[in-house]
Design a protein around this ligand. Structure first.
Ligand code: HEM
Ligand code: HEM
Length: 179
Protein backbone atom coordinates (compact mmCIF):
# COMPACT_ATOMS: atom_id res chain seq x y z
CA UNK A 1 0.00 0.00 0.00
CA UNK A 2 1.31 3.46 -0.95
CA UNK A 3 -0.28 5.29 2.00
CA UNK A 4 0.15 4.39 5.66
CA UNK A 5 -2.51 2.01 6.98
CA UNK A 6 -3.80 2.21 10.59
CA UNK A 7 -1.25 -0.49 11.59
CA UNK A 8 1.71 -0.15 9.13
CA UNK A 9 3.81 2.46 7.36
CA UNK A 10 3.09 2.43 3.57
CA UNK A 11 5.64 2.04 0.75
CA UNK A 12 6.29 5.78 0.33
CA UNK A 13 6.97 6.35 4.06
CA UNK A 14 9.30 3.32 4.05
CA UNK A 15 11.06 4.58 0.92
CA UNK A 16 11.62 8.05 2.45
CA UNK A 17 12.74 6.55 5.76
CA UNK A 18 15.14 4.08 4.09
CA UNK A 19 16.72 6.57 1.70
CA UNK A 20 17.12 9.27 4.36
CA UNK A 21 18.48 6.73 6.87
CA UNK A 22 21.11 5.40 4.43
CA UNK A 23 22.09 8.93 3.35
CA UNK A 24 22.38 10.32 6.90
CA UNK A 25 24.36 7.30 8.12
CA UNK A 26 26.63 7.48 5.02
CA UNK A 27 27.22 11.24 5.59
CA UNK A 28 28.17 10.53 9.22
CA UNK A 29 30.49 7.61 8.35
CA UNK A 30 32.33 9.56 5.58
CA UNK A 31 32.98 12.59 7.81
CA UNK A 32 33.99 10.47 10.84
CA UNK A 33 36.59 8.48 8.83
CA UNK A 34 37.92 11.56 6.99
CA UNK A 35 40.50 12.44 9.72
CA UNK A 36 42.18 9.04 9.23
CA UNK A 37 43.28 10.04 5.70
CA UNK A 38 46.48 12.13 5.30
CA UNK A 39 46.01 15.93 5.11
CA UNK A 40 46.07 17.25 1.52
CA UNK A 41 45.59 13.74 0.06
CA UNK A 42 43.01 12.52 -2.45
CA UNK A 43 41.39 10.12 0.07
CA UNK A 44 40.59 12.96 2.46
CA UNK A 45 39.12 15.11 -0.32
CA UNK A 46 37.05 12.13 -1.52
CA UNK A 47 35.62 11.59 2.00
CA UNK A 48 34.65 15.30 2.19
CA UNK A 49 33.05 15.09 -1.27
CA UNK A 50 31.16 11.88 -0.42
CA UNK A 51 29.97 13.47 2.86
CA UNK A 52 28.53 16.41 0.96
CA UNK A 53 26.86 14.27 -1.74
CA UNK A 54 25.19 12.04 0.88
CA UNK A 55 24.10 15.14 2.84
CA UNK A 56 22.64 16.74 -0.29
CA UNK A 57 20.49 13.63 -0.94
CA UNK A 58 18.91 14.31 2.46
CA UNK A 59 18.28 17.94 1.46
CA UNK A 60 16.42 16.95 -1.75
CA UNK A 61 14.34 14.30 0.05
CA UNK A 62 13.37 16.11 3.23
CA UNK A 63 10.74 18.56 1.87
CA UNK A 64 8.72 15.86 0.02
CA UNK A 65 9.19 13.59 3.06
CA UNK A 66 7.75 16.16 5.48
CA UNK A 67 4.84 16.84 3.07
CA UNK A 68 4.16 13.10 2.79
CA UNK A 69 4.34 12.74 6.59
CA UNK A 70 1.80 15.52 7.10
CA UNK A 71 -0.57 13.87 4.57
CA UNK A 72 -0.43 10.50 6.38
CA UNK A 73 -1.39 9.58 9.91
CA UNK A 74 1.04 7.63 12.09
CA UNK A 75 0.25 3.88 12.35
CA UNK A 76 -0.71 2.78 15.87
CA UNK A 77 1.67 0.68 17.98
CA UNK A 78 0.31 -2.55 19.49
CA UNK A 79 0.26 -2.74 22.51
CA UNK A 80 -0.06 1.05 22.91
CA UNK A 81 3.01 2.84 24.34
CA UNK A 82 2.97 4.73 27.65
CA UNK A 83 2.53 8.51 27.44
CA UNK A 84 6.11 9.26 28.50
CA UNK A 85 7.69 6.88 25.94
CA UNK A 86 5.39 8.26 23.24
CA UNK A 87 6.39 11.84 24.11
CA UNK A 88 10.13 10.97 23.98
CA UNK A 89 9.66 9.18 20.62
CA UNK A 90 7.76 12.16 19.17
CA UNK A 91 10.39 14.62 20.40
CA UNK A 92 13.20 12.51 18.89
CA UNK A 93 11.37 12.30 15.55
CA UNK A 94 10.75 16.07 15.43
CA UNK A 95 14.43 16.68 16.17
CA UNK A 96 15.50 14.20 13.47
CA UNK A 97 13.23 15.94 10.92
CA UNK A 98 14.52 19.40 11.94
CA UNK A 99 18.16 18.29 11.73
CA UNK A 100 17.65 16.61 8.34
CA UNK A 101 16.44 20.00 7.05
CA UNK A 102 18.86 22.36 8.80
CA UNK A 103 22.12 20.36 8.67
CA UNK A 104 22.53 20.11 4.87
CA UNK A 105 21.73 23.85 4.50
CA UNK A 106 24.34 24.74 7.15
CA UNK A 107 26.75 22.33 5.42
CA UNK A 108 26.31 24.12 2.08
CA UNK A 109 26.83 27.49 3.80
CA UNK A 110 29.94 26.16 5.57
CA UNK A 111 31.54 24.94 2.35
CA UNK A 112 30.65 28.11 0.42
CA UNK A 113 31.86 30.40 3.23
CA UNK A 114 35.18 28.51 3.04
CA UNK A 115 35.54 29.79 -0.55
CA UNK A 116 34.41 26.63 -2.42
CA UNK A 117 31.54 25.92 -4.78
CA UNK A 118 29.13 23.13 -3.86
CA UNK A 119 28.27 20.72 -6.64
CA UNK A 120 25.85 17.83 -6.68
CA UNK A 121 27.23 15.14 -9.01
CA UNK A 122 28.69 17.83 -11.28
CA UNK A 123 25.84 20.42 -11.08
CA UNK A 124 27.01 23.58 -9.30
CA UNK A 125 24.58 24.98 -6.73
CA UNK A 126 24.01 28.77 -6.58
CA UNK A 127 26.16 30.63 -4.04
CA UNK A 128 24.14 31.72 -0.98
CA UNK A 129 27.03 33.26 0.96
CA UNK A 130 30.40 34.61 -0.11
CA UNK A 131 33.59 33.47 1.58
CA UNK A 132 34.27 35.22 4.88
CA UNK A 133 36.02 34.35 8.12
CA UNK A 134 33.24 35.45 10.51
CA UNK A 135 30.31 33.74 8.80
CA UNK A 136 32.49 30.68 8.20
CA UNK A 137 33.30 30.28 11.91
CA UNK A 138 29.64 30.67 12.91
CA UNK A 139 28.09 28.30 10.36
CA UNK A 140 30.91 25.74 10.61
CA UNK A 141 30.77 25.46 14.40
CA UNK A 142 26.94 25.29 14.34
CA UNK A 143 27.00 22.62 11.60
CA UNK A 144 29.60 20.57 13.48
CA UNK A 145 27.76 20.86 16.82
CA UNK A 146 24.38 19.88 15.31
CA UNK A 147 26.09 17.16 13.22
CA UNK A 148 27.27 15.56 16.46
CA UNK A 149 23.78 15.94 18.00
CA UNK A 150 22.49 14.05 14.93
CA UNK A 151 25.08 11.30 15.46
CA UNK A 152 23.92 10.67 19.06
CA UNK A 153 20.22 10.97 18.19
CA UNK A 154 20.58 8.38 15.41
CA UNK A 155 22.31 5.98 17.83
CA UNK A 156 19.52 6.55 20.39
CA UNK A 157 16.86 6.09 17.68
CA UNK A 158 18.31 2.78 16.42
CA UNK A 159 18.76 1.45 19.98
CA UNK A 160 15.16 2.45 20.79
CA UNK A 161 13.89 0.61 17.69
CA UNK A 162 15.79 -2.56 18.74
CA UNK A 163 14.61 -2.19 22.36
CA UNK A 164 10.96 -2.01 21.21
CA UNK A 165 11.42 -5.09 19.02
CA UNK A 166 13.47 -7.39 21.27
CA UNK A 167 12.63 -6.24 24.82
CA UNK A 168 9.16 -4.66 24.78
CA UNK A 169 8.11 -6.89 21.83
CA UNK A 170 5.56 -4.38 20.45
CA UNK A 171 4.89 -3.59 16.75
CA UNK A 172 7.06 -0.41 16.56
CA UNK A 173 9.74 -2.07 14.40
CA UNK A 174 7.40 -4.31 12.41
CA UNK A 175 5.15 -1.43 11.31
CA UNK A 176 8.19 0.18 9.60
CA UNK A 177 10.07 -2.91 8.36
CA UNK A 178 7.64 -5.85 8.52
CA UNK A 179 5.22 -7.10 5.86
C1 HEM B 1 19.23 1.28 10.71
C2 HEM B 1 18.79 2.39 11.17
C3 HEM B 1 17.36 2.70 11.54
C4 HEM B 1 16.38 1.91 12.08
C5 HEM B 1 16.48 0.43 12.47
C6 HEM B 1 15.19 2.73 12.24
C7 HEM B 1 13.97 2.32 12.73
C8 HEM B 1 12.82 3.05 12.77
C9 HEM B 1 11.52 2.56 13.19
C10 HEM B 1 11.24 1.14 13.68
C11 HEM B 1 10.64 3.59 13.10
C12 HEM B 1 9.15 3.57 13.46
C13 HEM B 1 9.05 3.88 14.90
C14 HEM B 1 8.16 4.97 15.27
O1 HEM B 1 7.56 5.64 14.41
O2 HEM B 1 8.04 5.20 16.49
C15 HEM B 1 11.36 4.74 12.64
C16 HEM B 1 10.80 6.00 12.43
C17 HEM B 1 11.53 7.11 12.10
N1 HEM B 1 12.88 7.15 11.78
FE1 HEM B 1 14.16 5.59 11.78
N2 HEM B 1 15.48 4.01 11.83
C18 HEM B 1 16.79 4.03 11.40
C19 HEM B 1 17.48 5.10 10.94
C20 HEM B 1 16.98 6.40 10.90
C21 HEM B 1 17.75 7.56 10.55
C22 HEM B 1 19.25 7.58 10.21
C23 HEM B 1 16.90 8.62 10.61
C24 HEM B 1 17.18 10.07 10.36
C25 HEM B 1 18.22 10.70 10.69
C26 HEM B 1 15.59 8.13 11.00
C27 HEM B 1 14.46 8.91 11.16
C28 HEM B 1 13.20 8.46 11.51
C29 HEM B 1 12.03 9.30 11.68
C30 HEM B 1 11.98 10.82 11.52
C31 HEM B 1 10.98 8.45 12.03
C32 HEM B 1 9.54 8.86 12.32
C33 HEM B 1 8.63 8.53 11.18
C34 HEM B 1 7.29 9.23 11.38
O3 HEM B 1 7.24 10.43 11.12
O4 HEM B 1 6.34 8.60 11.81
N3 HEM B 1 15.67 6.77 11.16
N4 HEM B 1 12.68 4.39 12.45
C1 HEM C 1 22.38 15.07 6.94
C2 HEM C 1 23.37 15.77 6.49
C3 HEM C 1 24.65 16.06 7.21
C4 HEM C 1 25.13 15.60 8.42
C5 HEM C 1 24.47 14.61 9.39
C6 HEM C 1 26.42 16.22 8.63
C7 HEM C 1 27.23 16.00 9.74
C8 HEM C 1 28.50 16.51 9.90
C9 HEM C 1 29.39 16.18 10.99
C10 HEM C 1 29.06 15.22 12.15
C11 HEM C 1 30.55 16.87 10.79
C12 HEM C 1 31.85 16.79 11.62
C13 HEM C 1 31.73 17.45 12.94
C14 HEM C 1 33.05 17.33 13.72
O1 HEM C 1 34.12 17.40 13.10
O2 HEM C 1 32.94 17.18 14.93
C15 HEM C 1 30.40 17.65 9.57
C16 HEM C 1 31.35 18.48 9.04
C17 HEM C 1 31.23 19.15 7.85
N1 HEM C 1 30.17 19.06 6.97
FE1 HEM C 1 28.46 18.05 7.25
N2 HEM C 1 26.70 17.02 7.56
C18 HEM C 1 25.65 16.95 6.67
C19 HEM C 1 25.55 17.60 5.45
C20 HEM C 1 26.53 18.38 4.88
C21 HEM C 1 26.44 19.02 3.57
C22 HEM C 1 25.23 18.90 2.62
C23 HEM C 1 27.59 19.72 3.38
C24 HEM C 1 28.04 20.57 2.21
C25 HEM C 1 27.49 20.55 1.03
C26 HEM C 1 28.42 19.51 4.57
C27 HEM C 1 29.67 20.07 4.76
C28 HEM C 1 30.45 19.86 5.87
C29 HEM C 1 31.75 20.52 6.06
C30 HEM C 1 32.43 21.49 5.08
C31 HEM C 1 32.23 20.07 7.30
C32 HEM C 1 33.55 20.45 7.99
C33 HEM C 1 34.60 19.46 7.59
C34 HEM C 1 35.96 19.72 8.21
O3 HEM C 1 36.39 20.87 8.17
O4 HEM C 1 36.57 18.77 8.69
N3 HEM C 1 27.74 18.69 5.45
N4 HEM C 1 29.15 17.39 9.06
Amino acid sequence: MIFNSPAKYGIMSRFFHGFCAVSVIAALIFIEIKPYFPKGGDGRALMQYAHMQAGLFVLWLIAPRILWRSANSEPAVDPAQGRFIKAVANLTHYMLYALMLVLPILGVLTWQASGHTVDFFGITLPAIVGSGAEVKTLVKSTHEFLGNVMLYLVILHVLAALWHHFVVKDTTFIRMFGR
